[in-house]
Ligand binder design. Structure first.
Ligand code: PMP
Length: 479
């Protein structure tokens, strides 16, 4: 076994020495992982888990090429970036080759939060403006400046005082959001809301510095930047979760908005180092020059060090060599099509959305009222864990099963996990008396779902269920 101390001792030491706000998965019965390879993780007994959630281990856990690149560079040298070194410039050049030409200047940092904080500073300095527009439910990082613009976080704090220069635009969710799929033009409607926010800010004497959004969270990508730029602001695309080929059809998720859509600043993190702490801000020459004019030097002790850059380069090489973007497209497409098939017979499945290997399955108790099936989603997660599959539930109601596996995920993995989910959903639906009749006619299978509110079902879950991503210790539902 690769463990150093008994699991119970690990738990005791963790309770004693690690901050209690740092949550772990399944905290009532946590998993101790000691090794991982590809899309699999192994606990201290050698039990294998299929990993459907580790978007950081992008090219697969412990990929030999990445490990070798890091170890080799550690043997030679690691130091700050105040010396000339080939790794930082070669990595920057290679990253640039994946981006529109205009995005040519890199700042290397160590986490997604550092990247977004620096991106805000660049935007403020370049525009001379202060106001920020962010999206409902957005998360951009854990430092003070980003908690201010992360409703996902500040909504957890009842006494949170919103920064007056931060403005929240509706989340462009066409399933549950303000404008849904039945709206004639939801993209324009969401963009119009952003335009209205800009006008209100300007009426009060404010000036828009920036619109920040995760590239998959945003829609109206053609229109919103026009409004923002007209107001003198810039557009930050947060690619921390969704970049590096995960969406399959493109290397960057912002490219889903169209060929000619170019953000002013792109922030990267998580997958960029395959688990090594490495992140990056990429911007235009103009923004970088304006930042230089502030007169303040930018220095980051670990950012862009030779080891991190060797690892970053190796990750890009593996994505290319193993066609992982292509795999994300193929396997992600397969995952969605298999899930769509299952949606036909499961009244609990409300919506399936995503791109490539970034897929969400929203569970609802009622297809018309869209009542979030939060406890049911937790139950799915727990039962999958018992069957050694790691999946998470996310979203403002914690009712969205979220697939974001390493990009080496296979169709066999898809079949394996979806079959288990199918069983679990059937059992929960049976226990809840959720009926689903398949009326087969010439047009194919049509679903007719009982719209009863399941008021008297036996699910019990606590009202103050924490919204924290890692706190999956909520009460199990009892059926
Ligand atoms: N932006 C997004 C979209 C994220 O998902 C995260 C992390 N969950 C961050 C920024 C912050 O990155 P980090 O945890 O590396 O600071």
């Amino acid at each position: 076994s690769a463990q150093k101390i008994e699991k119970s001792k690990t738990i005791d030491l963790r309770k004693k020495h690690i901050g209690p706000s740092c949550k772990i998965f399944f905290s009532h019965d946590p998993i101790k992982i000691v090794q991982a390879k590809g899309q699999y993780m192994y606990d201290e007994t050698g039990q294998r888990y299929l990993d459907c959630i580790n978007n950081v281990a992008h090219v697969g856990h412990s990929h030999p090429d990445v490990v070798k690149a890091g170890a080799h560079q550690m043997e030679l040298l690691n130091t700050n970036s105040r010396f000339l070194h080939d790794n930082i410039v070669l990595f920057a050049e290679k990253l640039q080759s994946t981006l529109p030409e205009k995005l040519s200047v890199c700042y290397f940092v160590n986490s997604g939060s550092e990247a977004n904080d620096l991106a805000l500073r660049l935007a403020w300095q370049y525009t001379g403006h202060k106001d920020v527009i962010t999206l409902e439910n957005a998360y951009h990082g854990h430092v003070s400046s980003l908690i201010d613009i992360s409703p996902y976080k500040f909504h957890q704090m009842p006494d949170f005082k919103m920064n007056p220069s931060v403005h929240v635009a509706p989340s462009p969710d066409v399933y549950r959001g303000k404008y849904k799929r039945d709206h004639p033009d939801p993209a324009t409607a969401y963009a119009d809301d952003v335009r209205d926010i800009i006008h209100k800010v300007e009426e009060k004497g404010g000036k828009i510095a920036v619109f920040i959004a995760e590239s998959l969270q945003s829609c109206g990508g053609q229109v919103i930047p026009l409004h923002v730029r007209k107001a003198g602001g810039v557009f930050i695309a947060d690619e921390v979760q969704v970049g590096f080929g995960r969406v399959g059809s493109h290397f960057w998720a912002f490219q889903l908005q169209g060929e000619d859509f170019v953000p002013d600043i792109v922030t990267m993190g998580k997958p960029i180092g395959n688990g090594h702490p490495l992140s990056c801000v990429v911007t235009t020459k103009e923004v970088a020059e304006a930042f230089m004019k502030s007169g303040m030097e930018y220095f980051n002790t670990f950012g862009g060090n030779p080891v991190s850059c060797a690892i970053g380069l190796a990750v890009l090489d593996v994505i290319e060599k193993e066609d992982l973007q292509g795999n994300a497209l193929r396997v992600g497409g397969y995952l969605c099509s298999v899930l769509e098939e299952h949606k036909k017979k499961h009244p609990l499945i409300g919506d399936i959305r995503g791109c490539g290997l970034f897929v969400g399955v929203e569970l609802v108790r009622d297809q018309l009222k869209l009542t979030p099936a939060t406890a049911e989603a937790q139950e799915v997660i727990y039962r999958l864990k018992e069957q050694h599959i790691l999946l998470s539930a996310d979203g403002p109601h914690r009712n969205v099963l979220k697939f974001k596996p390493p990009l080496c995920f296979t169709k066999e993995d898809v079949d394996f996990v979806v079959e288990k989910i199918d069983h679990i959903l059937t059992e929960i639906e049976d226990a809840l008396g959720m009926t689903c009749k398949l009326n087969i006619n010439n047009e194919g299978a049509k679903r007719k779902i009982s719209a009863e509110n399941h008021k008297d079902h036996k699910i019990v879950y606590s009202k103050n269920e924490s919204k924290n991503e890692a706190s999956l210790q909520t009460k199990r539902i009892k059926i």
